[in-house]
Design a protein around this ligand. Structure first.
Ligand code: SF4
Length: 408
């Protein structure tokens, strides 16, 4: 009720839409494709009494197949794509010394906060779409063509930890595939379901999650690097993008000593800062979670004289692993979040490839479709623009004055 009226992205209320996905599965004419976000796999098990931080990627994939989904793809692949585009954009801005710092754009609640409260920094927000924002149009064009599927028959579903993504996919501009294919009614993503919704759906169908065998993603958009994996933690986007920016600037992968400097921004504080040297260029970065901390940082940045190059902001505590659509156990939430974070970094350590730019499926996608990062087609499909929404402020502010949100 009240929350839905005042929250910028409706992220503290949840509209269930898994029934629509069930309906699409029953419709034999439709091809249902689910893409799974980084943080879901380290939290879904909690809904089935597995210890917090259990990495249940394989069971999650099998569950989706058992529910009748036609293709299961990985939004970690989309995260690698976001990193490649965002790192390329960062390098351009640094070289041309414009619109710095570059702020990350993958959290829709943060983006809407800027559009409403700080429209003057809209030029600083990366134009790169979020992983889901890139996954959607790429599935309906490249993937559909390679697999011989009619894009108008695809129901594209994002499985996320995030209730605000339900708002993001419905932004009017998220129809790049439709524009490209000249099918105005085509949306890039059709539905968002949360970790909790998937668990409800599984219980409704009486599926015993714990006895499922491990499944594997479908190819073409199912491979991910360690960088794509850590996207789900606060600090992960920045760390992942700088791993790739380092390579683009120097032609070499980041050495271990520099990598450990980046790792110094991992942790729980609401605002963390680091500087990293890229062959003589000092890059100043900051990692923030929560809009209250973001506000503090922006005000301080405006008054100070330090030049920041890259700033990551996520709205939820510890980033997406603490998203509004994740399982809720409010009593132990802090230790649970820590276990989810550790599970993602453990996975990053286990993967042989830590770099988005070395993801073979990403390389193939550029070779066969987008050409190169920031190409004309990449800009058209994978980048976006933002809207000054400050005129909404009067209405919102009056309501906000009476309401204290515990989420952001
Ligand atoms: Fe969604 Fe929270 Fe992640 Fe932002 S930080 S994308 S609101 S889950």
């Amino acid at each position: 009720g009240q929350c839905a009226n005042v929250c910028p992205t409706n992220s503290i209320t949840e509209v269930y839409e898994y029934q629509s996905v069930k309906e699409a599965i029953r419709n034999k004419e439709k091809t249902v494709i689910v893409s799974t976000s980084p943080s879901v796999r380290v939290a879904l098990g909690e809904e089935f009494n597995l210890p917090a931080g259990t990495f249940s990627e394989g069971k999650m994939i099998s569950l989706l197949r058992k529910l009748g989904v036609d293709y299961v793809l990985d939004t970690n692949f989309g995260a690698d794509l976001t990193i490649v585009e965002e790192a390329s954009e960062l390098i351009e801005r640094i070289k041309e010394n414009r619109n710095l710092p570059q702020f990350t754009s993958c959290c829709p609640a943060w983006v809407k906060y800027v559009e409403t409260y700080y429209p003057e920094i809209i030029p600083n927000i990366s134009s790169a779409k979020s992983p889901i924002g890139m996954q959607g149009p790429t599935i309906k064009t490249y993937f559909a063509k390679k697999r011989g599927i009619d894009p108008t028959k695809i129901v594209n579903v994002a499985l996320t930890p995030c209730t605000a993504k339900k708002f993001e996919i419905r932004r009017s501009e998220m129809n790049s595939a439709g524009k490209y294919l000249n099918i105005p009614s085509l949306r890039d993503m059709d539905n968002v379901i949360t970790t909790r919704e998937l668990a409800m759906w599984a219980r409704e169908e009486n599926i015993d999650f714990n006895s499922l065998e491990d499944g594997k993603y479908d190819s073409l958009m199912g491979e991910a690097s360690g960088s794509g994996v850590i996207f789900g933690n606060t600090g992960g986007v920045m760390e992942a993008a700088l791993r790739t920016a380092y390579f683009y600037l120097t032609g070499e992968n980041i050495p271990k000593e520099s990598l450990s400097k980046l790792e110094s921004v991992r942790g729980n504080d609401g605002i963390r800062e680091a500087s990293i040297d890229i062959k003589g260029l000092t890059v100043n970065v900051a990692v923030i979670y929560g809009t209250a901390n973001a506000k503090k940082f922006i005000e301080r940045m405006k008054k100070g004289d330090k030049t920041y190059h890259f700033v990551e902001v996520m709205t939820c505590p510890n980033g997406c692993i603490g998203g509004g659509g994740q399982p809720k156990n409010l009593e132990e939430i802090e230790s649970i979040r820590e276990k989810r974070v550790n599970a993602l970094y453990k996975r990053d350590n286990e993967l042989a490839n830590k770099f988005s730019h070395e993801n073979e499926e990403i390389k193939l996608l550029y070779k066969e479709f987008y050409g190169k990062p920031l190409s004309k087609l990449s800009e058209r499909m994978l980048h976006t623009a933002y809207i000054d929404r400050s005129k909404d402020l009067n209405i919102g502010d009056k309501k906000m004055a009476k309401f204290k949100c515990k989420v952001c």
